[in-house]
Design a protein around this ligand. Structure first.
Ligand code: ZN
Ligand code: ZN
Ligand code: FE
Length: 754
């Protein structure tokens, strides 16, 4: 075969992840002649070779691409023949204002960990990195991704670093954050008004502090974290008091995979996730070894592995193989990123503060993820994931989706890509809302984004919706649960009506009631509400969310009227009778009792009724306690009544009977979960015969419940349904902006303004 000349165009996450050096080495190995170049629209390669060599080359690119890269497409075409006698990397030129992708932050690679032991100018250098690893998103201010546009800008490369940076064959060729002991950022430990600059002394001191039950603030990749011995109950409970969160589990960092196995049960999928370059917190089944106050009665623990060079240096010297590493913030504020503010806020409450002199531009929390039915399910999408886009089948250019409220994340559209922001948090907190506005601005600048349409939740009081309306562009309002299901459709590339099952805590309904147990016939542009959990009063409105016993009382009242008072249910003994009377009067007179069909509130009710959680210490505690109590062996379920809506009175009645019989809360919890699964299956089966649709999409915060998700998925599969659920974006409100974006895109495309 005669050689010809080809242009290969690779699109995807191929910049800032060591892609060009990879192509260069591969081309040299395969004796290809030509060049590779970074352009705004991806990587371009020109080669002169035979057709079969071209095929081999492309196959190898696909197979061996750097771990943190993601290839969306490889296209090639023949161009006019050119004789090239070498393979070269040619200097990037900016073709247009089209964006280049920004890589998420990448955990330090094994080669760098090796270099840290051998390279004279990088012995134990705690900011070592290369083209395959290191900070990216957290230090980027603008594009194109060049050193001057990052917080590495104040650090002038030394000659040695510059030589590496400029030589094509070096692993640090064009690694923007390249640095060493002589020229890069450095750490400083602050304790009792004294400061230590020497890294070895810092390490010795931090080890001493951690081993002796002290609490240390440590600057991480995307923000500050607070660390302590995870096996020391006294210290962990001191940390708990300091963070003012009584019930919420803390994440821990283990020294290695082996150490992680000591504290949790791991399957292959979970091991892979735990050690992936993204280094998320993985929710795992705990073996009882950590201080009880780490996971406060839950049977799961969030574990992550070291991802910064500093973490490795620390664990090499530390006698502990596990530490608590929780976000450095007080209560619900965003994680701290600024040195001075952190010193102000934490120097009195923690025993020492470790800072470094490089700024964090983009705040990112640790991501949280889990494996259910063999697949990853994101719970919090931040470090290691953001800002990698989700590719959609529709053009979404110019759309800004403002997200929801409590677990906020926004999303911008460029071309066919959805860029979700990092996890922002609860917008009702002032600081968090300014973080939201700031991030929206950062994303617009980085991605050269100017919105011409906005998408917002229908809830009139959400700050995110108000923000969208203040942009001065047309806003399309999207029902909360429609957006949830659309997020699932969008990430699976579906654009057709499906059966949508949306279970969550709160979502503003078209009828002004609070929705959350919804069965929808749902496409991207619009939806029909097929049926839902029957409305029940939510006594005290939002207070019912904080005090799940109110929902138990509401369900009991709907079932028995006031006679439930005679049942002498244990959970009621803790509630002062005058308050109970007020709540009952409120239900009867419909005072401050919005109606809700929320699945979250139903889970709350059962959690309180069984005495597992009557007052919630943190968001979603009651359903989490209920799930944790579940006995997985139980197959039975309760009966429910279905007419226009789904009624749970018969279930509550049977449940109370079980309680009187002395049946354990773990059995009752299992029967309850099974009831939700079986009744959903019945509804969905009826929907299938009415609509001839057999695709089911599951979304909403309740699907963070592994037991519910895994059982419902399995039962649907067994009954011949095609099941879709969220994987790459959270099923909770953190994924909702993706759904909003897709709905707005579809409506724009068909010229509808529903
Ligand atoms: Zn590296
Ligand atoms: Zn240097
Ligand atoms: Fe929701």
């Amino acid at each position: 075969m005669n050689p010809a000349t080809y242009d290969i165009h690779i699109r995807g996450l191929v910049q800032g992840v060591g892609f060009r050096p990879f192509i260069y080495r591969l081309a040299k190995e395969m004796r290809m002649k030509g060049w590779v170049e970074n352009r705004n629209d991806g990587v371009w390669i020109r080669v002169t070779c035979t057709g079969s060599a071209l095929n081999d080359f492309i196959n190898c690119i696909r197979k061996e691409a750097p771990e943190a890269s993601e290839i969306f497409s490889i296209e090639f075409k023949e161009v006019s023949p050119e004789v090239i006698d070498d393979f070269r990397i040619i200097k990037s030129r900016n073709i247009s204002d089209d964006i280049t992708e920004i890589s998420p932050d990448i955990a330090v690679c094994n080669d760098c960990l090796e270099d840290m032991k051998h390279q004279p100018h990088r012995m134990d250098y705690p900011f070592i990195n290369c083209t395959n690893c290191g900070p990216r998103f957290t230090i980027i201010r603008d594009l194109p991704y060049d050193r001057e546009k990052t917080s590495m800008e104040p650090f002038v490369m030394c000659d040695e670093c510059h030589t590496e940076y400029s030589s094509v064959l070096d692993r640090r060729f064009h690694a923007q954050p390249v640095a060493c002991n002589n020229c890069g950022p450095s750490y400083e430990l602050l304790e009792d008004g004294k400061s230590i600059h020497d890294l070895q002394q810092i390490l010795v001191r931090i080890c001493f502090l951690l081993e002796n039950g002290r609490i240390v603030t440590i600057k991480g990749m995307g923000g500050f974290f607070i660390a302590c011995d995870a096996t020391n109950q006294q210290t962990v409970s001191r940390l708990r008091a300091l963070k003012k969160r009584e019930g919420k589990p803390f994440a821990v960092m283990c020294a290695s995979l082996e150490a992680a196995r000591e504290y949790a049960h791991l399957d292959t999928e979970e091991e892979k996730l735990l050690s992936s370059w993204r280094r998320p917190i993985v929710l795992l089944r705990e073996r009882a070894k950590l201080a009880p106050d780490v996971s406060v009665g839950f049977d799961t623990v969030g574990i992550m592995l070291p991802y910064m060079p500093f973490h490795y240096l620390l664990f090499e010297r530390l006698k502990l193989n596990v530490i608590v590493l929780t976000s450095g913030n007080l209560s619900d504020e965003p994680i701290l990123i600024d040195n001075n503010r952190t010193i102000e806020q934490l120097s009195h409450s923690t025993d020492a503060i470790l800072i470094y002199n490089r700024e964090i531009y983009n705040r990112t929390d640790d991501s949280v993820t889990m494996v259910v039915n063999g697949a990853e399910r994101l719970i919090r999408r931040s470090r290691g994931y953001v800002p990698a886009p989700v590719r959609l089948s529709l053009p979404v250019d110019g759309i800004f989706a403002s997200g929801a409220e409590l677990v906020n994340c926004f999303c911008i559209g460029k071309d066919h890509q959805a860029y979700l922001s990092q996890h922002i948090g609860d917008l009702k907190n002032m600081e968090t809302y300014s973080f939201y506005r700031e991030s929206a601005e950062h994303f617009s600048r980085m991605f050269r984004f100017t919105p011409d349409v906005a998408a917002a939740d229908l809830h009139p009081d959400y700050l995110s919706s108000r923000f969208a309306h203040e942009l001065g562009i047309p806003v399309t309002g999207i029902q909360h649960h429609h957006a949830h299901i659309a997020s699932c459709l969008a990430e699976h590339g579906l654009d057709e009506p499906v059966i949508g099952v949306a279970f969550d805590g709160v979502g503003y309904g078209d009828d002004g009631h609070i929705w959350g147990g919804e069965f929808l016939i749902c496409g991207l542009d619009n939806y029909q509400r097929y049926t839902h959990f029957d409305y029940v009063p939510m006594p005290g409105g939002d207070r019912a969310t904080e005090e799940p016993w109110r929902m138990a009382v509401s369900y009991l009242y709907c079932t028995f009227g006031r006679t439930f008072m005679e049942l002498d249910l244990p959970f009621l003994r803790h509630i002062p009778s005058e308050i109970l009377d007020l709540v009952l009067a409120a239900i009867e007179k419909r005072i401050n009792c919005p109606l809700t069909s929320s699945a979250g509130r139903l889970f709350d009710a059962v959690s309180a009724l069984t005495g597992l959680c009557t007052v919630a210490g943190f968001h979603a505690e009651a359903p989490m306690r209920l799930e944790a109590a579940t006995d997985g062996q139980i197959k039975e379920y309760y009966e429910v009544v279905m007419d226009q809506t789904i009624h749970f009175e018969s279930m509550i009645e049977a449940m109370v009977k079980d309680m009187v019989k002395g049946i354990s809360s773990s059995v009752i919890s299992a029967k309850f979960h099974n009831t939700v699964v079986e009744s959903s299956l019945q509804v969905v089966t009826r929907m299938r015969s009415d609509s001839a649709i057999h695709k089911v999409a599951l979304s909403g915060g309740s699907f963070q419940n592994r037991f519910l998700l895994s059982r419902l998925e399995n039962r649907l599969h067994q009954n011949g349904f095609e099941v879709y659920s969220n994987r790459r974006v959270p099923a909770n409100d953190g994924g909702i902006a993706l759904g909003q974006l897709a709905v707005a895109a579809k409506r724009r495309m068909i010229g509808s303004n529903v």
